[in-house]
Ligand binder design. Structure first.
Ligand code: S3P
Length: 423
């Protein structure tokens, strides 16, 4: 559908380091007594919580010439530690695994938004390994952990979550025997890749379509890593290019990890033109990505595809308003447990802008194409919804006022300036 008056987005840009990879790089580096060097760390505010946590774990952290140098303490500090994870769910869940394996007591706290998120999903397997983990009522944080003396388990993920997988694997680094995580549906594999890059023996297996990852007690070596550009921030720019007629946008050096590129395949399925350049070397490869606008068509996304698209599904909701047909997303109930309930937040916001949208228990359906109109929408304090609604402003006659854009910095502080550079 043509959207008169909208200026095409044109040009090349880059995004800061990937948030998921940065959290892991920093926290894993804090576990190694060797020096780690991390280049291109995420500017995402969430990742600062992981850097603070690394320091609380006794690591020496220095920033020099664009590199973060981290050397973990020979042993994790004893005695009670209390760590504020801010709004970062990844920091809290990964730390839970690290602290469960450490002798001593610890408390994990965070901002009210984080204290409302489910933590039983990590507490339960860590208890099964022998840690004492107490949650607040409803299985929420603060988490009180008394760790040490863990024994490896075989654990099949009841929810497809890379954070839960990572928490169990990190606890497994200091558990007796082997720890095996089984994931019926693949999730992002950054933890496994970085563990291998730090010298850990990680065994991967497949049985009847279920992936298993096994690890034993390990002393990690140092990490030397170039963090590629954030796949989810790049997805926002790719979506913008796919939405606005005449656009052609290149994002340089984006994570080419195959567990993070599902959104690009989805754009192709919807009809956008996507070119991915050659991947570079390293544990976490990068490639340039170019996206050109083309008329879009509806797609269907079910349970199997959700985990590798989970952070991009709100973008899909907006794309679907401009696509021919009805886009249906099912099996995405996890979206209700992100920073906010992203299913109701997304559907409410899109409806206010004139979209034809239905909310379901575990997803949504959007029919298009629709000419969006202007209005006021609320991101509910969620960075991803704030960016989706800001992109809607490119299409809506009359402009969109978004409440809560200050939270965009949680993942993509440069969003506004990068968008401006393309307009
Ligand atoms: C993340 C995994 C996903 C994702 C989150 C980051 C990670 O969460 O939504 O933004 O870095 O492991 P779940 O593992 O809970 O699905």
């Amino acid at each position: 559908m043509s959207t008169p008056g909208v200026r095409a987005l044109l040009g090349a840009c880059s995004v800061s380091g990937d948030k998921s990879i940065s959290h892991r790089a920093v926290l894993l580096a804090a576990l190694s007594p060797d020096q780690s060097r991390i280049r291109g760390l995420a500017t995402a505010l969430d990742c600062r919580a992981s850097v603070r946590a690394a320091v609380r774990l006794g690591a020496a952290v220095v920033e020099r010439d664009g590199e973060l140098l981290i050397r973990g303490a020979p042993e994790l500090p004893r005695g009670e530690v209390c760590i504020d994870c801010g709004r970062s769910g990844t920091t809290m869940r990964l730390l839970a695994g690290i602290l469960a394996a450490r002798d001593g007591a610890s408390v994990l706290l965070g901002e009210p938004q984080l204290l409302a998120r489910p933590m039983e999903r990590v507490s339960e397997p860590l208890r099964a390994m022998g840690a004492r983990v107490e949650t607040a009522p409803g299985g929420r944080a603060p988490l009180r952990i008394r760790g040490g003396g863990l024994v490896g388990i075989r654990y099949r993920l009841p929810v497809a979550s890379a954070q839960v997988k990572s928490a169990v694997l990190l606890a497994g680094l200091r558990a007796e025997g082997r720890t095996v995580v089984e994931e019926p549906v693949p999730t992002r594999d950054h933890t496994e890749r970085l563990l291998v890059a730090m010298g850990a023996g990680v065994e991967e297996g497949w049985q009847e379509g279920v992936r298993s990852i096994a690890i034993g007690p390990t002393q990690l070596g140092g990490l030397d890593l170039d963090v590629p550009g954030d796949a989810s921030s790049a997805a926002v720019l790719a979506a913008a290019a796919a939405l606005v007629p005449g656009s052609c946008v290149t994002v340089r050096s984006v994570s080419a990890n195959p567990t993070r590129t599902a959104f690009l395949s989805l754009l192709v399925e919807m009809g956008a033109a996507v070119e991915v350049g050659e991947s570079g070397p390293g544990a976490e490869a990068a490639a340039d990505v170019t996206v050109r606008h083309r008329p879009l068509r509806a797609v269907e996304v079910g349970t199997d595809r959700v985990p590798l698209l989970v952070d991009e599904l709100p973008l899909l909701g907006l794309l679907a308003t401009q696509a021919e047909g009805t886009t249906v997303v099912e099996g995405a109930g996890e979206l209700r447990f992100k920073e906010v309930d992203r299913i109701s937040g997304l559907t409410e916001g899109l409806r206010r802008l004139g979209a034809t949208v239905e909310e379901s228990r575990d997803g949504f359906a959007v029919s298009g194409p629709t000419r969006l109109h202007g209005g006021a929408v609320d991101s509910l304090g969620d960075h991803r919804l704030a960016m989706v609604f800001s992109l809607a402003g490119l299409l809506a006659a009359g402009g969109v006022t978004v409440a809560g854009t200050e939270f965009i910095g949680d993942s993509f502080p440069e969003f506004r300036s990068v968008m401006r550079s393309l307009q």
